[in-house]
Design a protein around this ligand. Structure first.
Ligand SMILES: C[S@@+](CC[C@H](N)C(=O)[O-])C[C@H]1O[C@@H](n2cnc3c(N)ncnc32)[C@H](O)[C@@H]1O
Length: 243
């Protein structure tokens, strides 16, 4: 992702205390307190410019959303997007009382994600168009490498799931193998998510819009992590078998 014009960016995001979290480690185990309720928390790891997380937070007010990225400029762009999506007009509005009560933008390196969240603090992790790191020597940097997935397992709760979308066939193959090697169950696997056109309820990311627009296939799957979601998934499978 190309980044330009860094001047004043840090100051800008520092001002947005209600929306932007720069000291995520301080909130480990305290995110519910920060949001002011016990609603489930869903995080997009590697949110880029933030279209997905902004629209999701608008569409689902009873879920708390956290968009994570490691670049100041992307946090700033995402904050602009969020304010537009939620129709917040002025900077003063954005700086004062929580005008987007169910959204936080977190500047953080995902490599240390377990330091930002306590055990079972999240309900869902979205990995949307994560960097594919195509060279074999960089496999450990892929966000679906078992080293990362173990961290997600730790911070997800009994209803926990990972939702993955990517245009990259090689990352998708790597991810499915990684999940399978870890003994995890996958469901709703699709090699061409938008084969019948883009469903009006589907929330698109920036990269998805670009790649789907170029006619590329979008791959998607859900990974069942938490014991509750696993139990209900198995129950559904058994029911379907006996029908
Ligand atoms: C290819 S972009 C996808 C952006 C967005 N999810 C989308 O679908 O449009 C990947 C994003 O992940 C972020 N990213 C990659 N590795 C990261 C890490 N270790 N910690 C935080 N962010 C990371 C990058 O900065 C980039 O914004």
């Amino acid at each position: 992702m190309r980044l330009r014009g860094r001047k004043g960016i840090r100051e800008d995001i520092e001002r947005q205390k209600e929306l932007v979290v720069l000291n995520a480690k301080d909130y480990q185990g305290k995110w519910a307190e920060l949001f002011g309720n016990n609603n489930p928390i869903h995080a997009e790891l590697g949110m880029g410019k933030g279209r997905f997380i902004s629209e999701m937070s608008k569409k689902y007010p009873n879920i708390n959303f956290i968009g994570v990225d490691m670049y100041d400029e992307l946090i700033r762009k995402a904050s602009e997007k969020a304010k537009n999506a939620h129709e917040i007009k002025t900077d003063e509005e954005a700086e004062s009382a929580p005008s987007i009560p169910n959204l936080k933008l977190m500047l953080f390196n995902i490599e240390h994600i377990e330091e930002a969240f306590a055990e079972g603090e999240l309900e869902r992790v979205y990995l949307n168009f994560s960097d594919p790191w195509p060279k074999k020597k960089h496999a450990r940097r892929r966000l679906t490498h078992p080293g990362f997935v173990e961290k997600y397992q730790q911070i997800l709760n009994a209803n926990g799931e990972i939702h993955l979308k990517t245009d990259s066939q090689s990352l998708f193959e790597f991810s499915l193998n990684s999940f399978a090697d870890m003994g995890l169950r996958m469901r709703n696997i699709s090699l061409n998510l938008h084969v019948d056109g883009i469903h009006p309820d589907h929330v698109m990311t920036e990269y998805e819009t670009k790649f789907a627009g170029q006619g590329m296939n979008i791959h998607r799957c859900e990974v069942v992590i938490g014991e509750n979601v696993l139990a209900s998934h198995l129950e559904q499978l058994n029911k379907a078998k006996s029908e």
